[in-house]
Design a protein around this ligand. Sequence first.
Ligand code: NAP
Length: 454
Amino acid sequence: MSTKIKTINPYTGKEIKSYNQFSKSTIETYLKRSETVFNTWSEEAISHRTKLLKNLSKNLIKHKQHYAALMTEEMGKPISQSLAEIDKCVFLSDFYAKNADQFLADELIETDAKESFISYDPLGCILAVMPWNYPFWQVLRFAIPTLTAGNTALLKHASNVTGCALAIQDLFLDSGFPEGCFQSLIINHEQVENLIADPRIKAVSLTGSEKAGKHISKISGNNLKKAVLELGGNNACIVLKDADLDKHIATMVNARMQNTGQSCIAAKRFIVEESVYDEFLEKFKAKVVSLQVGNPVKEFTEVSVLAREDLVEILQKQVNDSVKKGANILIGNKTEKAFFAPTILTDVKPGMPVFDEETFGPVAAIIKVKDAEEAYKTATNSRFGLGTMVFTRDKSKAKKQILKIQDGAFFINELVKSDPRLPFGGTKASGYGRELSKEGIHEFVNKKTVYINS
Ligand code: NAP
C-alpha cells in the first residue's frame, strides 16, 4: 500500500487533499523522461526558450486568482500577499525572457589563441528541494533561470504545498515547455537522498532550514555534486538615532510581519540606539497593533495563521525560553491552533533563542544598544548571514559599514528583499550560492573554456 501525503488548510484545520507518494518505478519513469527531454531541450535556441517564458508570464496572469487561492488554502498566506507573489513571478519571468540571451551568450576573452571564449552549457537534470513559505516564488526563481539555461528540473516541494507543486508542473506544460522539462515529484526525504546519489541528477538546489541544508550538502558532497543552499536567517534591522521613523516605521513592521513572519530574510532582531528607543518602541507597537489579523482569504488581512500547527509549538518554545532568560513580552504571545499573535519582545540579549536562532513567525525581538558602533557589532553577532538593514539619515556613514557586514545583502533605509535583477543568497549558516540576476542563471551551467588556435 502506498504512503499518503495529506495537505491541510492551516486556518480551518481541514484536510484539503491526499496524494499517493511516488513508488520507485514512478520516480524512475520521471528520471528517464527528464534525461530524454534534456537531449533535445538543451539544443533548443535560447530564443525559443525565452519565447516560452513569455507564455509562462501570460499564464501566470491568466490564472493569478487560482494560484493565489491555492497558496492561501495550503499554507495560510493572506490572499493579497499571495496575489502579490504571482505578480512578482511575472516580473521574474519577464526579466529572464528579456535578459537570458545576453547572460548566456559566449563570453569572448582575448588570449594567445585565435579565438577563446567561455561557453555557458547546461548540466542536465537538476533536483530542487523547496520550502512552503513562498510556494510559487521559491520554485520559479530556481526553475526559470535553470530551465532557460537548457537544463531540465525535478522538484521535491514541501509536502504541505503539494497542490502548488502540481499546479507549477502544469503551468510549465501549458506554457509550451516539453513534457518532462519540469516535473514535480511527490516523495519523502529518503527518496530525495536516493535521487541525489543517482548519476542522472547533476546538481541540487535546496531552499530550506539549516538542518535540511546540512543533510543535503553532506549527501551531495559525498556524491561530488554541486549544491546551492538558500537557508535560514536572523537578519538584523538596525535603527540609528537619526532614523526617519515616521517615514520608515511601516517598512520596519512589514520587514518582520509580512508572510506572517515566515520569511528567511525577515527582520528578526531590531537593534535600536537607546536615545531613540522609546520613540521607536511606541511607533513600532502602534503599527503592529493596527495590523489586520484574521482569515487569510479576506482581502484586507495582513497577518494570519502559520503554515502548520506544529510550527506554533516551535515558536512558542523559543519565546518562552527567551522569557525565562529575561526577555519581556510587550504584546502578543497568544496562540490558538495554527495562530500565533503578533508579538513584541523587549530586553532581548545574545544567548536567548530569539536572538541566536531563526524565529519563523510574527515575533519581533527588540535589543537596546548604546550607540551605532554597538549596533553594528550586535548585528554581526550571528551564525547566519542573509542580510542586514539599517535605517539612518546619514547614508554615507552607513555605506562605510559595507565591508564589515558579512552577509549576502546590506540594505540602507529599505527592508532586505529579493529582486530578479539583483543576486540573492547568504553566507555562514544561511548557505552558499546565488539565485536571481546573471549570477543565478550561471549557477547550473558548465562554464566551458573553448580555445581555438590557428
Ligand atoms: P525545511 O523543513 O528544511 O523543508 C524545506 C524542504 O526540504 C521541504 O521540501 C522538505 O520536505 C525538505 N526536507 C527537509 N529535510 C529534508 C531531508 N532531511 N532530506 C530531504 N528533504 C528534506 O524548511 P521549511 O520549514 O519548509 O522552510 C522554512 C525554512 O526555509 C526556514 O529556515 C527559512 O529561513 C528557509 N528559507 C530560506 C530561504 C532563502 O532564500 N535563504 C527562502 C525561504 C525559506 P518536507 O516538506 O517533506 O519535509
